[in-house]
Design a protein around this ligand. Structure first.
Ligand code: GCB
Length: 599
C-alpha cells in the first residue's frame, strides 16, 4: 500500500475538502474518450450529482441501464498555502473501475467498485489555480470481476449488464470525493489489538509512518481526559477500569497519534476506537468474553433515486429502524459499504459482518434461484480463475486495511453463495482464507455465506470458516405456500439434523431467510407474497432456529426492499424487505421487534 487509506480528518496538520455536488458527466459507448482527449476536456457533458448512481435520474431505459465506459469531470481550486503538503485525491468508491486524470495527466487506476480509490496527486496539481479532474469509469461485469457477471452485446452494439447476482448493477461515483492535504512525513496506517485484564485493558498498537521522527500516542476518554500515553511506533497502552465497547452500548475512546520533529508537531491523526475482544469458543460468539446472539439484517446500499449513493439521511433512518426492531447486527451484503456506515455502527454498538464483493460465483444469471432449487452450476474450473483469485485477494486486503480498526466489525465474510462442492472451490477458497488470516491484526473470525447446494455431505468449504453462515429459503424457494409449510419445516429440520450430526462445534448464523412480500397484500388463509405469509414463514424459521443450540444468530433477508435487474422472479425489485424501500414497516417488522426484545 503506497498511499494511506486512512479516513480524512482535519486538525492542525491536516485538512480536506469534499468535492460532492454537481459534476460533468457523459457516456462513452464507443470507448473513444481516452483517444479523443476527454481527460483534458469532456465534450458536451451533462450535470450529474455526486455521490449517487447515475441510473435512476434518467427517464429512458437505455440511459438507466447503460453499460460500458462513462466519464465524470470536475474542477477544483487549490490554495497557495497548500504548497509543500502532500495532496491526496480520495474517492470513497467508483463502480466498478476507474482511471483518474488530474490536469490531463493519468494519476492512477483502481479495480473494484466498493472500496476507496486513493491517489497521491502532489506532482500533478497547480497551486493558486484551478485544477481539473477527469474520471474514466466502466461498469462491465465479467467472470474475473467482483461481483461476477457478464455483458450481453445486442445486435446494434449496445451493451447490457447481466449480473450473476440479485441487485441492480448501480454504477457511478457512489461515495464522497475528498481532496486531502497532509504533511509529507505522515501517519500512513495504524492498528490496534485488545487484551482484557479484569477491570482493566491493554491496547496494543502499531503505527506506520513514512519517516523516522518519533511517534507518541495518547488515549483520551469520551470527555477528552488522557487515560494512557505511550511512545514509539509499536507499544501498549494500559487502561485502568476500562470502559468496554459493548453490543448496543458503545463506548469510544480517542486514539491520538503524533509525529514530533525538532520544530514541533509534524503530523497528527486521531481515530475513535472501541476496546472489545471477539472470539469464537465452541459454538459461541464471544464479545468481551460474553456470548452474543446476532439479531438483524442482511442489507443493501439502496434507495429511491440515489441508487447506491451514500446518504447520511438514509443511513440514519436505517439505524433508527434497526434499533426499533431491537436488532444488534447487520451484514454488508454483498460488498463493503461506505465507511460512514461503520462509523455509525461504532457509535451505536452495532455488530457488522463485513463482506467482500465475492458474489455471483456460480455460472447462471439467476444462480441463487437455480442453486436454491438444487441445480449444480460449476465455476472454479475455468482458465480465468487465477485472475479472479487475484482480484478477490486484492479486495479482501483493501477491505481489511480499510475496516480493521472498527469495533463494530466482528467478522469478515469472504464470499456469498459460491459453488462450494468441488475440489476446485476448496483450493480456491483455501487460498483466499489463508491470505485473509495474514491481514487482520485482531485475528477476527472469518466466515462466508453458504447457499442450499452447500449441503453437509457435499460442501468442501465449511472447514475453512470459523462461523458457518447459512442462506436458506425453506418455505419460499423450496416448498413455498401455506399448505406446504409443514413439509418445508421437515426438510429444513432434516438438513439441520445432518449438520448437527457432523458435530462441527462452530457457531451457525442464518445470514438469509425471507419471503418476497408486497406491503399492499393481505390474505387469510395466507398465500405467498402476503404480509400474513411473511409472518408465518418467520414463525416456522424461528421454531427451527430455536431447536438447535449451535444457531447463534439470525439476520433476515432483507432489511428493506431493493432494486434488482428485471425478470419474472422480481416485481420491480426484490420485495423481501421487512421494511419497504421507503423504510416503512411491513407487519413482520413488529414480529421481529417483539422476538428480539427478549431473544
Ligand atoms: C440469495 C442471495 C441474495 C438474493 C436472495 C433472494 O440467496 O444471496 O442476493 O437477493 O437470495 O432474495 O433470492
Amino acid at each position: 500500500m503506497g498511499v494511506s487509506e486512512l479516513y480524512p480528518v482535519v486538525n492542525s496538520t491536516r485538512s480536506f475538502f469534499a468535492l460532492d455536488g454537481m459534476w460533468d458527466f457523459r457516456f462513452d459507448p464507443e470507448s473513444i474518450g481516452k483517444k479523443e482527449g476527454w481527460a483534458v476536456a469532456l465534450p458536451s457533458p451533462i450535470p450529474m450529482p455526486v455521490p449517487a448512481s447515475f441510473a435512476d435520474f434518467f427517464t429512458d431505459a437505455v440511459d438507466r441501464d447503460y453499460c460500458g465506459d462513462f466519464w465524470y469531470a470536475k474542477d477544483f481550486f487549490l490554495n497557495q498555502y497548500e504548497e509543500g503538503k502532500r495532496i491526496i485525491l480520495r474517492f470513497g468508491s467508483v463502480t466498478h473501475r476507474c482511471t483518474v486524470y488530474v490536469n490531463g495527466v493519468e494519476a492512477g487506476s483502481h479495480e473494484g467498485g466498493f472500496l476507496p480509490v486513493v491517489l497521491d496527486v502532489t506532482d500533478l496539481v497547480k497551486y493558486g489555480e484551478r485544477n481539473h479532474i477527469a474520471v474514466w469509469a466502466n461498469n462491465e461485469l465479467s467472470e474475473t470481476t467482483l461481483p461476477c457477471g457478464t455483458v450481453k452485446v445486442r445486435k446494434d452494439g449496445r451493451k447490457i449488464a447481466k449480473p450473476y447476482f440479485d441487485f441492480f448493477n448501480y454504477s457511478g461515483i457512489h461515495r464522497s470525493v475528498h481532496v486531502l492535504s497532509i504533511p509529507k512525513e505522515s501517519i500512513l496506517d495504524f492498528d490496534t489489538r485488545y487484551e482484557l485484564k479484569g477491570d482493566d485493558a491493554v491496547v496494543h498498537y502499531s503505527i506506520r509512518t513514512n519517516g523516522t521522527n518519533p511517534v507518541t500516542v495518547k488515549l483520551l476518554d469520551r470527555e477528552g481526559n488522557q487515560v494512557a500515553y505511550s511512545e514509539g511506533n509499536e507499544g501498549s497502552l494500559f487502561v485502568a477500569n476500562a470502559h468496554l465497547w459493548k453490543v448496543r452500548n458503545a463506548y469510544l475512546y480517542r486514539l491520538v497519534m503524533t509525529i514530533h520533529g525538532d520544530a514541533g508537531i509534524i503530523d497528527s491523526y486521531e481515530s475513535r476506537i472501541g476496546i472489545r475482544t471477539v472470539r469464537i469458543e465452541g459454538t459461541q460468539i464471544l464479545i468481551n468474553e460474553e456470548p452474543v446472539y446476532l439479531k438483524g439484517y442482511g442489507k443493501h446500499e439502496d434507495f429511491d433515486i440515489l441508487g447506491r449513493g451514500f446518504s447520511w439521511a438514509v443511513a440514519k433512518r436505517d439505524f433508527e429502524c434497526m434499533k426499533w426492531t431491537n436488532a444488534n447486527c447487520f451484514r454488508t451484503s454483498h460488498y463493503p459499504y461506505a465507511e460512514e456506515w461503520y462509523q455509525m455502527a461504532d457509535e451505536e454498538g452495532f455488530l457488522i459482518i463485513d463482506e467482500v464483493p465475492a458474489v455471483g460465483m456460480m455460472r447462471s444469471t439467476h444462480n441463487f434461484i437455480a442453486a436454491g432449487m438444487g441445480g449444480y452450476t460449476s465455476f472454479f474450473e475455468t482458465p480465468t480463475v487465477p485472475q479472479l483469485l487475484a482480484n478477490h485477494k486484492a479486495q479482501v486486503e483493501e477491505m481489511i486495511i480499510r475496516d480493521k480498526n472498527h469495533p463494530s466489525v466482528i467478522t469478515f465474510s469472504l464470499f456469498n453463495e459460491p459453488e462450494t462442492i468441488s475440489e476446485y472451490a476448496y483450493n480456491y477458497f483455501k487460498e483466499v482464507f489463508e491470505w485473509a488470516r495474514t491481514l487482520d491484526p485482531q485475528h477476527r473470525p472469518l466466515t462466508g455465506a453458504f447457499e442450499k447446494n452447500s449441503k453437509p455431505e457435499l460442501c468442501q468449504v465449511y472447514p475453512l470458516v470459523d462461523i458457518v453462515c447459512m442462506n436458506r429459503y425453506y418455505g419460499w424457494y423450496i416448498n413455498g405456500g401455506a399448505s406446504e409449510m409443514d413439509e418445508a419445516e421437515e426438510l429444513f429440520r432434516d438438513e439441520m439434523d445432518r449438520w448437527a450430526a457432523k458435530g462441527l462445534n462452530k457457531p451457525f448464523v442464518f445470514t438469509e431467510f425471507g419471503t418476497d412480500t408486497l406491503g399492499s397484500e393481505h390474505k387469510l388463509p395466507s398465500v405467498m407474497w402476503t404480509q400474513e405469509y411473511q409472518n408465518e414463514y418467520y414463525a416456522m424459521n424461528f421454531r427451527v432456529f430455536d431447536s438447535y443450540p449451535f444457531v447463534q444468530g439470525e439476520l433476515t433477508w432483507n432489511f428493506a426492499d431493493f432494486q434488482t435487474s428485471e425478470g419474472v422472479f422480481r416485481v420491480n425489485g426484490n420485495k423481501k424487505g421487512v421494511f419497504t424501500r421507503q423504510r416503512q414497516p411491513k407487519d413482520a417488522a413488529f414480529t421481529l421487534k417483539k422476538r428480539w426484545e427478549t431473544k
